[in-house]
Each structure stands twice: as C-alpha cells, then as structure tokens.
Design a binder for this molecule. Sequence first.
Ligand code: SAH
Ligand code: F3S
Length: 444
Amino acid sequence: MKRKLYLKTFGCQMNEYDSEKIEQLLEGENNLSLTQSADEADLIVLNTCSIREKAEVKVYSDLGRYRKLKEVNPNLRIAVGGCVASQEGENIIKQSPFVDLVFGPQTLHRLPEMLKQRELQGIPQIDISFPEIEKFDKLPALKNNGPSASVSIMEGCSKYCSFCVVPYTRGEEISRPLDDVIEEIIRLTLSGVKEITLLGQNVNAYRGLRSDGKIADFAMLLEYVASIEEVKRIRFTTSHPNEMTDGLIDCFKQIDKLSKFLHLPIQSGSDRVLSAMKRNYTALEYKSIIRKLKKSCPQITLSSDFIIGFPNETDEEFAQTKQILQEINFDYSFSFLYSARPGTPASFIKDNISKEVKEARLKEFQTLNNQQGKNYTNQMIGTKQRILIDSLSSFEKGYMKGKTDNNRVVEIKYDENLFNQMVDVEIKGFLGKNLMGEVLKSED
Ligand code: SAH
Ligand code: F3S
C-alpha cells in the first residue's frame, strides 16, 4: 500500500510551484501519495511562508496539532520547509523537537535523502542552504494538469526592500539558463499545455545564460517563449518597477500572445515612504513607466501590491497612496497591513501609528480598490476577450469556463470541441458572479 503524504502550502505562487514539485518528488522516490487528511498521513510537509506575521503564526499553530498526531503515531514524520524554515532554521527543532526535517526553498530536492538520513541517524535533519541552481536540475518535470502550467525562471531577490524577508529566506536573484527554461516549456507543450506563467520573485530581473555564453534578459526570454508555436498565451509574475526596460514595455505591443495584463507592485504613493522602503523609485517615476506601457499597449490592465501602515505613515502619505490607486486606476490589487519582520531594517523603526488607525486605513483602501475592480468588470461587457477554456462551469450545467487576460472568469455554452482551446468571446453579461460570453472565434 502506498504511504500517505499530507502537504500544506502557505503563501505565494512560488511556494505552490515548489509544493507541486515536492509532491511529485516524494511520489516518485518515496512512494508517497497525497492525502487530504493530516490524521492519516505518514509524512506531513508544511511549505511555509514568512512574508507577514500572520502566515508565520499559522505554521506554529498547525505544528501544535501535529505534535498530538505524533504522540499517537510515533512513525509519523513531520517536515517544515519554505521561508519560515529558512528564517528559523534549527530554532524550529528547538521550539518543536518533534519536527523531523527542516528544509529551505532551495533544498527541497534533497528531501528524499534527508528522510533517509533521518531514519539512519535517528535525529532531526536540517538543510536550509542555498546551493544555487542545483534544485532545478534535480527536480522532476511538473506533470500536466490541464492547459495551463507555471515555469519558474528565477529564484530569490536582490532588491532588499527595507520591510521584506524574501532576500534572506530565498537568497539572492539567480536565473535559470535560457535553454533549460525553453526545454521545460517545450516539454509542457508536448503534453498539451497552451498557457505558460513564468514565475519568479522578480521575473523581469531575469538574466539567463545562453548557450553562446551571452546573457538573455527577460524581454528576450519572452520572445523565445512566444516563438514556440504551441504556446498560445504567456503570463508572468511578479515584476519590479526598476526592471521595466523599454524592451520589455515594447513586448506588450509586439507579442500578441503576451497577456495584456501587468502586476507591478508599487507599495505606496508617497515618496517619503517609498524611500524609507528602499524601493528606489519615486511615484512620478512609477507613473512614467505606466505612461510608456499605456502608449505601447493602450488596452493593458494593471494591478499592484500596496503596504498600508508602514512605520510613521501620515494621513497625508496615506492620502497619496489612495490618490495613486485612483489615478492609475488599478484593477483588483493586493493590499496588506505592514508587518514588522524580524531582522529587516524597517523593523527597527520606531512606529507612532496605532493599529486601529492602520486597520481603518486598510479597510478604506480595500473598499476603494474593490469598487475599481467592479468597475472594470462592468466595463468589460460588450468587449471582445480571449479566454482559455480549461474546465466545466462550477455551478451552471451546460456551461464551461476560462479566464481573460485580467483573470476574470468567463462562462460560455458547453461545446466539447472547445476544451483546452483559446477562444475569442464577446462578453454579453453575467452568469452568477462570473461574466458570460459568446464565442466569436476559436483557435483552429
Ligand atoms: N517581488 C515583489 C514582491 C514579493 S512579496 C516586488 O516586486 O515587490 C509580495 C508582497 O508582499 C509585496 O509586494 C508587498 O506588498 C508584501 N509584503 C512584503 N513584505 C511585507 C511586510 N513586511 N509587511 C506587509 N506586506 C509585505
Ligand atoms: Fe521583497 Fe522587495 Fe524583493 S518586496 S521580494 S525585497 S523586490
């Protein structure tokens, strides 16, 4: 009988990607198959996130529960990976001695060996090193679940924003060689994938080695990916404003397959706050990038990340953030309460703003942003959109659905031939909360 793996993932798309790899690795090497219930697991793996305090607290409360399971079943193994593991290292074992393995985002490929050593040595194993690009060479290719797939093109971040743990937990920026990325994408297309999401903490900081020894930047990578006939849509996330080169901006005009959507974190509309965050751009510089983008591609939709309540953010500075939200007219975006992360420069700033004030600001901000998102949805009625049909409608019989460039779900009448096809539709109205479309043209 196959042994059971319970795998819980917190945080960003990079973690989700890593978790898929963990699942496949442990299935192949350790004959473990996924279970939805921690109670029946032989191995529990937590792929953790430490970007904000809340995510971290959840990990420790889960561990408390698993300790009880281990009391009943001493053969249960518990592994903690991801960014909390990377940050806390052996502290995790000190605090929770029942944990068997601690591994980082760059050492997950070593899990089978660590499990083996745990049994041989009878003591917890810790490996949170950053062995550069080794991970990608050692991991199985992702199995295909439908017409969309993600491909990690770079890891880590070298920007060191003053509030952020990522450079410490995931290491500095490191890019995969161009050929490796292209080969993985071609392999995915052979199993029917049509939409590729390029993943990385800062995808547009991509500097991949080419086989001729030169370096390919992100714009060049996009051109290569677009040249693969079977790839019908390209998405990417996340980008940094300082890496929005003219070449990349031009891609939105030149590459038809590139989703006309960009998630570009701005964090704040105040220059004082941006500088304290060490973002290395001003609000005006950010707006100038947007102006160029809109010139290159007038139909582009934009979304962003915002941190509300950075230490000592004044009413006026918060007002500037609201203003830029409205001025750029961002689509549905992410906004977070500032969370002091241990060891980061911002965590040493003495803060004079109360939690109540910050929470009220966040609420006000999110209300504004939700309204903007709704307005976008309403304005899509009557427009032509491209969607990739990937599943049946989740609530309406006789319908199937796919997503637009800006991630709206559109339902269309069921037609067997349209499964896994890129389809042009005209948006006619709503079906439940989703949009409803009529097919204008399908791929082939
Ligand atoms: N690479 C991306 C960000 C990755 S982290 C970039 O270009 O900025 C995702 C988001 O989490 C960030 O954009 C930021 O808005 C938020 N975040 C990071 N650290 C945070 C903290 N300490 N408190 C609150 N939000 C934070
Ligand atoms: Fe974090 Fe800033 Fe990098 S938000 S991931 S340090 S760009």
